[in-house]
Every structure is written in C-alpha cells, then in structure tokens.
Design a protein around this ligand. Sequence first.
Ligand SMILES: Nc1ncnc2c1ncn2[C@@H]1O[C@H](COP(=O)(O)OP(=O)(O)O)[C@@H](O)[C@H]1O
Ligand SMILES: [Mg+2]
Length: 593
Amino acid sequence: MHHGDPNDDGQDPKEKINYKATFRLLAGLISTRKGPFLLAFVYMASATLLNLFIPMIAKFVIDTAIPGKDPKALLLAAAVYIVTTLLFLYFNYLQVLQLAKAGQDLIVDLKQRILTHILSLDLEFYSSMPVGRLNARVQSDTSTLYALFTNTVITIVNDALMFGVVFCVMAFFNLKLTLMLVPMFPVLALLGWVFVTVTSPMFVKVRKIAAEIPGFLTEQFNGIGVLQAFSREADTAAKMEELNRRKFTADINVEIYTVVFFLSIVFLHPASTAAVFHYGGRMVIDNKMTVGVILLFVMYLGNLFEPIFRFSEHLSVIQRSFSAGHRIAKILALRPALTEPAKPHYLTSVRDSIDFRNVWMRYKEDSGWVLKDVSFKLPRGKSLAILGETGGGKTTVTSLLFRFYDFQKGHIEIDGTDIRSLSLGSLRAAIGLVQQDIYLFPGTVMDNLKLMDTSIPDNRVHDAIRLMGIEGFFKKHPLDKKVQEKGANLSIGEKQVISLARAMVLDQEVLVLDEATSNMDPHTERLITTAIKNLLRHKTVIIIAHRLSTVRNADRVMMISGGEVKELGTHDELLAQGGLYSKYYRLQFGEGG
Ligand SMILES: Nc1ncnc2c1ncn2[C@@H]1O[C@H](COP(=O)(O)OP(=O)(O)O)[C@@H](O)[C@H]1O
Ligand SMILES: [Mg+2]
C-alpha cells in the first residue's frame, strides 16, 4: 500500500532482519558485562527459588502441623513464611537495582559508540539520513535494547528455570497428577503459534505507522512557515487525522487478537486448577494423596502460568529489539569513505602554497565530471577569488581542499605534500570555512564566535573584531546577546558577519569564504568588504563571490564554467583580456549604475 514511503523509518517489512549480525551485536554487548548480568541473574534466581518454597510451607501446615496438633510447628511455619517472604523481597530489590545499573551502563556505552561512529561518517551519510531518523537511532532504538537487557533476557532464562523447577517439584510430590496436566502444553503451543503467525505482520504495520507519524510531524513543523503562508494548515490536519485513524485501526486489530489470545491462556489456568480439584480430590478420597498436596498444586499452577502470561510481552520486546538492533548494526557497519591515512603527515602550517594540478572530480562513478582539469596555485598569504555560474563547480573545488570528498585524477598538494597523506584533523584545523548557509548554535554571540571552545580567551575575540574593523556591528549585537536555536533571532546577513568574525577568531591560516557575503544589505556589505580587505591582508584566502566589489580585492581571479577553468589572472589582466570576466564586470556595473 505505502511502498517506498519516505517516512517508513527504514522498516521495510520485506527487508529481512540480519539476525546473525544483530545477534552478534547483542551478544557482544552482553559479553563485555558478564559479571554484572550474572550477579543480577543470581539475585533473580534466588528470589524465584525462595518463592517456590512457600507452597511447601503451606503443605507442611496442612499435612503435618495441623494433624499433629502442634502449635510450636505452626509458629515455626509462620516464622519461616515471613522470613522467606522478606528475603524474597530483598533479593527482588537487589535484582532490580543490579539490572538497572548493568543495563544503563551498557546503553550509555552503546549510545556513545553509535554517536562517535555517526560523527565520523561522511557528509554523504548525513544527506541521506534525516535528522529525525538519526535521533531515533540514538534514542529510541537504544531504549528498546535497554528493555531487552534489563528485563527480557534475564526474565526469560529465569522463567524457563522456574518452569522446570516447578514441574520437577510437582512431579516429585505426585507424578500421576502432574502428568494429567501435560495435555495443556500442546494446546498452549498451538495457541502461541497461531497468535505469532497471525499478529506478526500486524505488529510490523503498527510500528510502520507509528514511525510515520513523528516523521510527518517533524516535516510539517519544519515547514510551518510555508504552510501558514499558503494557508495549508487544514490539509496537514486532515493528513494527520488520516494517519491517526490508520494507526487506531491497526492498533485495535492487534488488540483484539492479543486479548483473545490472552483470555484463552487465562482460561487454561482455571481449567487445570479444576482438573487438580477433581482428580486430586479423588486421590485424597482414595487415600492416595494428602490434602496439602492439592494446595501445593494449586499454588504451583499460579507459578507455572506466570511465565506463560509474561511470554507474550517478551515476544513483542524481542521482535522490536531485533529490528532496533538490526538498524543499529547497519549503521555501525557503515565505513566512512574518507579516512585518516595510515601514516599521516601533520600539517602544522602552510609555508609555501596550495597547489591544484589537473584535478578531475565526479561525485559518482556513473555521473559526469564536475571538475575537469582544474589547475591553480595559491601562494601563502595571497588570495584567490572564484567566479562562475551556479553549479559551475566552485563549491566542489573548496570541498576537495577540506577532503569532504576525494578527487579521481590529478594532484592537490600543500607545500608539495599530497593532501591525501595529510592527517584529516590537522588539514581541517588549518582551514576555516564560512558558508552561505550558516549554522549558529544556541548560546551567546561570544560562545558562537569561539565555536563553544571555552579555552579561547575573550581578548582574542576583541582583537579579531578590531582587526576586521567591525566594532560597530558588535555594538548593535553585544557579545553577550543570546542566540536562539538555529540563530532564529538574527538575519542571514547578521549571521554571515558573525561567522566571518568566527573564522578570524579561530585563527586558521587558510580561509574559504563560500558566498559568505551573498545575503547582505548594502550597508552590511560595505562593513564586511572592509572586514574582508583586512582579512585578506592577514590570511591565505579562497573567496567565492558574485559581488565584484569583493572580488576586486583578491590577488587573483579564477573564472570557472562547466567545471573548467576559463580564465585565471589578476583583475586587471582579465579585464584587459575582454573575455568572460570583463563581460561579467560590465554586466554588474551596468546594472548597478
Ligand atoms: N554532493 C553532491 N552530490 C552530487 N552532485 C553534486 C553534489 N554537490 C554538487 N553536485 C553537483 O556538482 C555540480 C557543481 O556543484 P557546485 O560545486 O556546488 O557548484 P557551485 O558552487 O559553483 O554553484 C552541480 O552540477 C551540482 O549539481
Ligand atoms: Mg556553491
């Protein structure tokens, strides 16, 4: 019905869960904490065994103490009963605490592992994975596993143990009566099998819709500005209602089957109790059994059914855990395409030049070349302006310098060293980037200027602002001003000024400005042109811009079109050539005039 739905949270029902990889992940997680989990199990098993002791006390009271008319024995039984119960509660307390500790500890580790891993992945991963889904991977999938580890795994082992022990104890007291209860097991197994087969696809459907709803809402809230501007709120509400209704129907369907299944099992309990009353009662009449054994059986039947009731709950946790584990394992299996070289050179400073020689680049094997034979040399302390039509390849040139992507042919060198042999960290630390699309983090303007690095002293910020000559701007937007989420209380132009200043504060040797001044009003632009002029004096800069007022200050200008370098030279040289650049120049000044 909804195949290829973008909101399906990667839960394609046809996608086979890789049980082996998932199991390996889960087993690996537990194996690092065998001790704590074993201890929790010991607590739980102790509590269970204590609990199984209670029916025997009851049998003792009825079969031994009462017929013997022995008040001391009665008192002893009462005392043992109280002590057993108290111990049972105490071990329960220990077990719950121990499990929570071991489980939380494991989940914290897992979250950290996923997060560190995700942060190491290429930008390409982020463009294919919406933020909402990433969040789900780190938060809700790990919580699902938490339920599995803190409860299900250990309870199942314990329940199986309890089931076996109860059965043996019952057989020990009366084998014949115990064997009479055996026919209920095939009935149980059949019921369980029918239930799982019928409801499995239903559960998948419910989970799919449940994942669709937050995905849909996130998109709608992100686009609320557009929705309101076009008066489409009613549409969204209607779609939401339709989704909710579908979820409701799916939920109810599952609920019906679950209740019927549950009640059938519940009925097996009184049915077997009735059998004990009837057959056990006759055995007592025939003097083949004592009354206490009837009581013992009735009490143990409760213990026998408890794990069975719990099992349906476990089934859904196990199912959800495997799909959560599968998704986590899939992410952990991703490898960044760009990795640190085995023996990296650390770039401490650019002493001589950045050198592109005959560089060819395409984003995918099967798509066309985006850069064709690009060559240029940028000496230390100089600046290069890149100009050209949208989609011409300007941003791609700078992405290669940061190694956000790798190129296929040619050479990119810094001081004669291939950038692919440089440590990624040191390379990116040496080059600063100011983009058109700027992200500011919640905090003050000052925090953002330091990019949250508290080790940077305030006076470095003040120096940078003075050096750029933009003190005026920061009088209007004081450094302690709070920046809202995504910088919502600042205009795009203002954010660009802040991010330019940030690049200066972080004091990287090389700066890349990618259309960093494209959204400014003439007043801010004048301010920033001065700032950039100052910047150019202190740094090695690549500047992508359309405004010729900015470009003119660069030492050299490179015209790029269709991924090819068309012209390269100083402003005056290119103007004299009378080619693309001079056309561009006249066009802008003609318009501006
Ligand atoms: N991540 C990407 N994956 C695939 N193609 C891309 C990617 N980024 C850019 N391109 C394509 O490469 C070409 C050059 O893009 P870009 O370097 O961003 O141009 P410019 O910055 O000059 O506007 C465009 O055709 C664009 O569609
Ligand atoms: Mg671009």
